[in-house]
Design a protein around this ligand. Structure first.
Ligand code: BG6
Length: 369
């Protein structure tokens, strides 16, 4: 049932091109408009009136939500907050009937997330669930749902769940922009066309898995890992670190690259691996700033593992290892950048002899608060 793979997790990582393609499938009508077919009790008028979006989720799904915030605010200009579900309800959040609550949950059964949406609904907010499990409690208790079509995810550490959540969030952001008249059909089409090309980009990265496996072998005696990213690369850095904690039981931290100088750079020691996700070239000054961060940690002896687009030559002098990413626009980069980090965690945990699918102390879905 693992289809020749040693772990469900590895199988699920390799299923991602198909999972993304399935999640994107059938989202257009014959007029070329984006359609989300389970908006149920949320009307287009409701979506036009929304003045705030609040995303609540846990764990990996929360990081998908962080990615979504960048895209949704950029495309819709609606203020968007993202919060871990366990913090949301107990701080008396400001929610009203003009708030759209978006909840993300692979299982659809996470208790913290369920409690958060119940709270949001009591305050009159409409709730859209992004979920991978048909008929689970969270989509049943929501006003609308966007199902990710990743297929069952067995490995406790989420992989295809994450990528399909990110893809579904993009669809939601584009749909909101369409309904609210913020973007023209051709602009939306351009993004969804690019989204449609991401499965083949992910496949390209999977075909190069051996490079990442070799890296895991080289770093198998290391116990501290740093991940840096900026903009949408920041949640990818957090997700890369979470994967290592979950299954390899190694200390790993993700930071916003710009925050490095405000503290984290003090912990850099010679030989410490620092993974850096570099934004595509040519967008604002983000790319150059992250390249400077690579130089800064390298100057302090870090071992730099740089994830960067394929024709970017700016990092070569400061990188110990370069992992090439297919060319993709900044907002969509998480769909490719997360993949080598998943492979790395899976391989490292395997080399360390851990049960990758059933990590200690963790459960696939946590149904207690
Ligand atoms: C955790 C799982 O407990 O729940 C994580 O170990 C997962 O992998 C998180 O990301 C949230 O789960 P769900 O099902 O709500 O997406």
């Amino acid at each position: 049932e693992k289809g020749g793979f040693d772990w469900f997790m590895r199988k699920e990582i390799f299923e991602q091109p198909q999972a993304i393609a399935d999640t994107l499938l059938g989202r257009y009508n014959n007029r070329g408009e984006l359609v989300l077919d389970e908006m149920r009790s949320i009307s287009q008028e409701d979506l036009r009136r929304v003045n705030k979006i609040v995303i609540v989720a846990c764990g990996t799904a929360y990081y998908a939500g962080m990615v979504a915030k960048y895209a949704i605010e950029h495309w819709t200009r609606v203020p968007c907050e993202v919060e871990v579900a366990s913090e949301f309800r107990y701080r008396d959040p400001i929610i009203d009937p003009l708030t759209l609550c978006v909840t993300i949950s692979q299982s659809g059964e996470t208790a913290d997330t369920l409690m958060a949406i119940r709270h949001a609904r009591v305050q009159g907010a409409k709730v859209i669930a992004i979920c991978n499990t048909n008929g689970a409690t969270i989509p049943r208790e929501s006003d609308a749902v966007i199902y990710t079509h990743a297929g069952p995810e067995i490995g406790v550490a989420s992989t295809k769940g994450f990528l399909t959540q990110v893809a579904a969030c993009y669809l939601l952001g584009l749909y909101l922009a369409q309904v609210r008249g913020m973007k023209y059909a051709d602009e939306i089409r351009a993004v969804t066309d690019e989204l449609g090309r991401t499965p083949q980009m992910i496949q390209q990265l999977l075909d190069n898995a051996q490079q990442v496996y070799d890296l895991a072998r080289d770093l198998s005696s290391i116990n501290d890992f740093i991940f840096l990213g900026r903009h949408v690369g920041y949640p990818v850095a957090l997700e890369g670190a979470l994967k290592l904690k979950e299954i390899a039981y190694q200390h790993a931290e993700g930071f916003a690259a710009g925050e490095l100088k405000h503290g984290p750079i003090a912990i850099i020691e010679p030989g410490m691996p620092v993974f850096v996700i570099v934004p595509p070239q040519g967008r604002d000054q983000l790319h150059d700033k992250v390249v400077s961060n690579i130089q800064e940690v390298r100057a302090r002896g870090a071992r730099t593992i740089v994830l960067v687009e394929e024709d970017d030559a700016d990092v070569e002098a400061y990188s110990n290892v370069i992992i090439r990413l297919p060319r993709v626009s900044t907002l969509l980069q998480p769909l490719v950048a997360a993949v080598p980090l998943q492979l790395f965690a899976c391989e490292l945990a395997t080399l360390l002899g851990h049960d990758v699918d059933q990590p200690r102390n963790l459960a696939k879905s946590v149904t207690v608060e």
